[in-house]
Design a protein around this ligand. Structure first.
Ligand code: NAD
Ligand code: MG
Length: 401
């Protein structure tokens, strides 16, 4: 880093989650480059209190009111100067604040859309982990990025890998679409999750604990279940289309169980570029934080000799019906991805609460997509109304099981 570089102020939306904790780990390695402006969470105030004592942000925001009161009491008891705010408006406020340069969008699910959009509309450098925001409102979201000169950098390991393999390594180089950049297709890799080899008949009885035990990555519960159904890869396909101006048929999903190649880009001349590394989210986080420079992330060097082999296969749609549903929603476009995402959030929550079986997650999504009409998502109000309606239908589908 040049000695004149100013310290950048960072807000982390979803600080107590898996991505939030990894982000704080990287930031703490570079106090000369970054300071923490605000940390936010849903309700886990004890974890947020510990983070505030360690990182001294100006603000801490909790979505839940009683948790915010408990946090404020604890911080004042400890003599910590961090100011505690509460509620959805406060999340947007610390994301859009004048004194912030970088926002890590790491809230899980649709709850992340409004604060992430607030950061985009304030023209921030936005590091996007919250893929659901882009899936549910991709057109409005990417338009806001352009209109407000925000910088959108992908944190999802696959998209960060694709970004690193694309020409010029610039976020705005693909405005004309993939083809005009000499790119033939994107190869989106997937580990296949914990049930890649589980006998199909056994998928009826797998537990939330088994679904959350991902073989390669340690993640939040919702994305872990999404990885087990491979709906996550479907969301990522839609995410890739928005981020890189690609058509769904230009994105090929490839099972790669080792999770060492994080994705690939194939050019028209036959070249295929891949980004490799240990499966540790601190690599894409550090990459996006410092882009276009490079900084230390704390990730161990990849032992390619120990890795020894890299395997690839095509996805099995009988095993992973959710992937097919997402591909169909991507092709259908309009509000189909919004409905898919909302139905999935309700189905996954019900599975985690043991109200439905694992194999019923795809059944809930199918029913909701069948019952709800799609329309052009031309306003945020319409997207939010579509999301809410899909959630209501999903609840009634689950109640009728
Ligand atoms: P997580 O469940 O570990 O953390 C979620 C965070 O969001 C927590 O801080 C929680 O307090 C906050 N949150 C939840 N609901 C909220 C609400 N209503 N209002 C405000 N805050 C709320 O999840 P995670 O694994 O860190 O994933 C976060 C996002 O990053 C997801 O969109 C996920 O798909 C994406 N992502 C995660 C990984 C990973 O390795 N964990 C990889 C790629 C992408
Ligand atoms: Mg991913």
């Amino acid at each position: 880093m040049s000695p004149n570089t100013t310290v950048q102020s960072v807000t982390i939306l979803g600080a107590t989650g898996s991505i939030g904790v990894s982000t704080l780990d990287v930031l703490a390695r570079h106090p000369d480059r970054y300071s923490v402006f605000a940390l936010t969470a849903d309700r886990r105030w004890q974890v947020l209190a510990t983070q505030c004592l360690q990182h001294n942000p100006r603000y801490a925001v909790l979505n839940d009111e009683s948790s915010a009161l408990l946090l404020a009491q604890e911080l004042s008891r400890q003599g910590c100067k961090t100011e505690v705010l509460q509620g959805a408006d406060a999340l947007a406020q610390v994301a859009a604040h004048n004194d912030v340069q970088v926002v890590m969008a790491a809230i899980v699910g649709a709850a992340g859309l409004l604060p992430t959009l607030a950061a985009v509309e304030a023209g921030k450098k936005v590091l996007l982990a919250n893929k659901e925001a882009l899936v549910m409102a991709g057109g409005l979201f990417t338009k806001a990025v352009k209109d407000h000169d925000a910088i959108l950098l992908p944190i999802d390991s696959e998209h960060n890998a694709i970004f690193q393999c694309l020409p010029n390594h610039r976020p705005d180089c693909l405005v004309q679409g993939l083809q005009s950049s000499g790119v033939r297709k994107i190869l989106l890799t997937a580990s296949g999750g914990p049930f890649r080899n589980t006998p199909l008949a056994d998928l009826r009885s797998v537990t939330p604990e088994q679904a959350c035990a991902h073989p390669n990555w340690s993640m939040g519960q919702k994305i872990s279940v999404d990885s087990a159904t491979m709906l996550n890869k479907g969301l990522e396909l839609i995410e890739a289309c928005w981020l890189f101006n690609a058509r769904p048929d230009q994105v090929q999903v490839v099972i790669h169980p080792q999770s060492v190649i994080h994705s690939m880009v194939e050019y028209v001349d036959g070249s295929v570029l891949a980004q490799l590394g240990n499966p540790d989210m601190r690599t894409p986080i550090a990459h996006a934080l410092a882009w276009p420079e490079r900084i230390v992330s704390g990730v161990a060097s990849l032992d390619i000799i120990a890795t020894a082999r890299l395997d690839f296969s095509a996805p099995d749609y009988e095993r992973f019906p959710c992937l097919k549903l997402a591909q169909q929603a991507a092709a259908r476009a309009a509000t189909a991805p919004t409905i898919l995402n909302a139905a999935n959030e309700i189905a996954v929550a019900a599975f985690l609460q043991r109200k439905i079986r694992f194999d019923q997650i795809s059944q809930v999504i199918t029913s909701v997509l069948d019952k709800q009409e799609v329309s052009e998502p031309d306003s945020l109000e319409l997207v939010i109304a579509t999301d809410l309606k899909a959630r209501q239908i999903a609840h009634s589908v689950i109640a009728a099981f």
